[in-house]
Design a protein around this ligand. Structure first.
Ligand code: RIB
Ligand code: NA
Length: 309
């Protein structure tokens, strides 16, 4: 089983031919209102791959039924989701570029930031039955740090997706078994400017010196690099036609967590993450594009990882 702690959003998505400039109004198309948030997306990604997943998060005033029903229909247990009337539900306003599939996102966390230590403590039964704990940085950093220390007492794998980029107190990293930054997040956390595989490995080594067990730097179309104490592995990305990159990182983290929860070795789990992200970017919507178990079977066989050093 997997416990995911994190954000729950409603995404307001508009597709655009190009991004607007400041002060400019442009016409978009294809407006959709979709469930989102990195925490929720990762939980749904795990649920779809077929492992029992608990979501720990907070929903504000609006969209309650839509969000709860969505978790349930994606195999996610909602017993540890709480509600508040004091704040709006977290929202993201997202533009997706028709040409490149890239996005621009602004988030108002709303109820995400009302999550408390008490909410994490109440999720102890979930933690004690989980092999994997997964969280991100869309909730108060203080709570991320608290939850990492707590989860480390219960689960086999504490996985931290440090997104969106934010600095962390170095000492909490010793509770982390696998950290999964993208290039800019790895740069921010380590001070190493990550541009290619070589610099990704260097940043990975730095994070290991800071106390993390394993590092996976996700590099978009360049794939992913797994850095361990004494070796590094490169996982080439699949070549796909990109429709929408929103949620690619969430798909990766869900695939990785699923693999670990299923008892697979870390490199095999990273392979599943890379495959899940490849499938996701071919489909619109952060969460709507996340693969189900059957989608993955074909893909995961296709490419092996390479020894980097
Ligand atoms: O990672 C994608 C997610 O980031 C979106 O669903 C949006 O809600 C933001 O949190
Ligand atoms: Na550790």
């Amino acid at each position: 089983m997997i416990t995911v702690l994190g954000s729950i959003h409603v995404d307001f998505v508009i597709r655009v031919k190009r991004f607007p400039h400041p002060g400019e109004t442009i016409l978009g198309h294809g407006f959709t209102i979709l469930p989102g948030g990195k925490g929720a997306n990762q939980a749904v990604g795990c649920g779809r791959l077929g492992v029992k997943t608990f979501m720990v998060g907070k929903i504000g005033r609006s969209f309650r039924d839509m969000l709860v029903d969505n978790f349930k229909s994606n195999n996610v247990d909602t017993s540890y989701i709480t509600f508040t009337d004091e704040y709006e539900t977290g929202v993201a306003v997202i533009y997706v570029n028709d040409e490149t599939g890239e996005n621009m996102i602004a988030v108002d966390p709303g109820a995400d930031y009302a999550l408390s230590r008490g909410d994490v403590d109440r999720a102890e039964p979930a933690l004690s039955s989980s092999r994997v704990f997964l969280t991100q940085l869309e909730i108060p950093i203080e709570l991320v740090e608290y939850s990492l220390a707590k989860a480390a007492e219960y689960v086999d794998y504490v996985v931290l997706n440090p997104a969106p980029a934010s600095s962390l107190r170095g000492e909490v990293l010793r509770h982390v078994d696998v950290i999964t930054p993208n290039r800019s997040e790895a740069s921010l956390l380590t001070g190493v400017k990550v541009t290619d595989v070589k610099s990704a490995v260097e940043a990975g080594r730095r994070l290991i010196e800071m106390g993390v067990e394993h590092v996976v730097v996700t590099m978009g179309s360049e794939g992913a690099v797994l850095v361990a104490r004494d070796h590094a592995l490169l996982f080439p990305a699949f070549r796909v036609s990109v429709v929408d990159t929103t949620g690619a990182g969430d798909a990766f983290n869900a695939g990785l967590a699923y693999g670990l929860a299923a008892g697979l070795p870390l490199p095999e789990s990273v392979k599943i993450g890379v495959a899940a992200a490849a499938i996701k970017v071919t489909k619109p919507g952060a969460q709507t594009g996340l693969p189900w178990r059957a989608d993955l079977d074909v893909f995961a066989q296709r490419r092996e990882f390479q020894e980097y050093e």
